[in-house]
Write a protein that binds this ligand. Structure first.
Ligand code: FE2
Length: 368
């Protein structure tokens, strides 16, 4: 066993840069069941941007929007549309993490910075990752406020408690990057050399292909195994792959999907469907073949078929998963809901059915 050369505690939060954070917060609250816990904006003397901190289980999302044309990140909105700007990682020592990362070749974006208010000291530093995506190292051991300096607890009059209905999402399972053809190994090396990650699994174009398109993927994980970042690149196929479609509409590499865990996927997906979240559908024949393919499972196949939930089994157990359609008008970021029952893998047995479902959506968009 090699030692962890870059200790990370956990994913602290995911920051999305969006056109209208107020309206995005409404979507993630009312459709995905997040509680809105903190706010920054003009009322909190944040003159440059509005921010909403959303929480469900151990998941924290930050939605940020510029308040004027001088915001340094504005170009992102025209280029990428709404999307993930930063995956923040909690560390013991921000300065040490930043210095180690930059000595190992990472490009620094923001050097170690201390923010202070009446609730203590919040420290962070940011490095560049794929495309315009960044990683921020965060330490909040000496900070006791709601999120970070500048943020205040949400005004209790702002949202009615009667409309807050969590759907049972618990934690972030993995966050997937799409990068350009030929660039996957470059980013694999970045996570290995800079952040001390190891390659967990490799899927090649024979594992992930349909009649029309293919992709390759390597799953990177940190020293603790708690943080998993799969990296996809397109492979040659007869038509345009979903990865190429993403790269075209996002105008470069970026976060393709975030997988969120639940302890009861049937209840979670039923609630999200009632909230009008759109999920991909596979053909009915998928469920006719399911008992032979995965053997006995605790869930009713009738419920899984009704909700469109997929199942896969490996040596260690099985998993249940489902994918939303993109959550913005561009075919870019989407979400996965996953329940693990022993399996630590990624649903390889579902790849073909899933990618065919995505291709049916691409055909509707005229982008296949
Ligand atoms: Fe996934």
């Amino acid at each position: 066993m090699t030692s962890d050369t870059f200790p990370l505690r956990r994913i602290d939060h995911v920051r999305f840069f969006v056109g209208n954070a107020r309206q995005s917060a409404y979507f993630y609250r009312n459709a995905f069941g997040f509680d809105v816990v903190a706010y920054a904006g003009l009322e909190t003397r944040s003159p440059r941007e509005a921010g909403y901190v959303l929480r469900q289980g151990k998941i924290t999302f930050v939605l940020a929007s510029p308040l004027g044309p001088e915001h340094p990140d504005n170009r992102r909105l025209v280029l990428h549309g709404d999307g993930v700007q930063d995956i923040a990682l909690e560390v013991d020592d921000v300065t040490h993490a930043y210095e180690t990362a930059t000595q190992r070749g990472a490009v620094g974006v923001t050097p170690p910075t201390r923010l202070e208010d009446e609730y203590g000291v919040y420290e962070y530093a940011t490095i560049a990752a794929y495309g315009d995506t960044t990683h921020t190292f965060v330490n909040r051991d000496r900070y006791h406020g709601i999120f970070a300096p500048g943020y205040k607890p949400i005004d209790p009059d702002r949202y009615s408690p009667s409309t807050f209905r969590p759907v049972g999402l618990q934690s972030i399972d993995h966050i997937v990057a799409n990068v350009e053809e030929g660039k996957m190994d470059e980013w694999v090396r970045f996570y290995e050399q800079v952040l001390g990650f190891r390659q967990l699994i490799h899927f090649d174009d024979k594992d992930i292909s349909t009649e029309y398109s293919a992709l390759m993927s390597k799953v990177m994980q940190d020293g603790t195994g708690r943080i998993k970042f799969p990296i996809n690149e397109p492979a040659k196929g007869r038509r345009r792959s979903q990865i190429e479609e993403f790269l075209q509409f996002y105008h470069g590499p970026g976060v393709q999907h975030i997988a969120l865990t639940t302890g009861n996927i049937i209840e979670t997906v039923r609630a999200m469907r009632q909230n009008d979240v759109s999920f991909l559908r596979v053909p009915r024949s998928y469920y006719e073949m399911l008992p032979d393919r995965v053997g006995p499972i605790a869930e009713s196949i009738h419920d899984l078929a009704e909700l469109g939930i997929l199942v896969d089994r490996d040596d260690e157990g099985y998993l249940l998963q489902i994918f939303t359609k993109p959550v913005e008008d561009r075919p870019t970021l989407f979400f996965e809901v996953i329940q693990r029952r022993g399996s630590r893998s990624f649903g390889k047995g579902n790849f073909k059915a899933l990618f065919e479902a995505i291709e049916r959506e691409q055909a509707r968009r005229g982008t296949l």
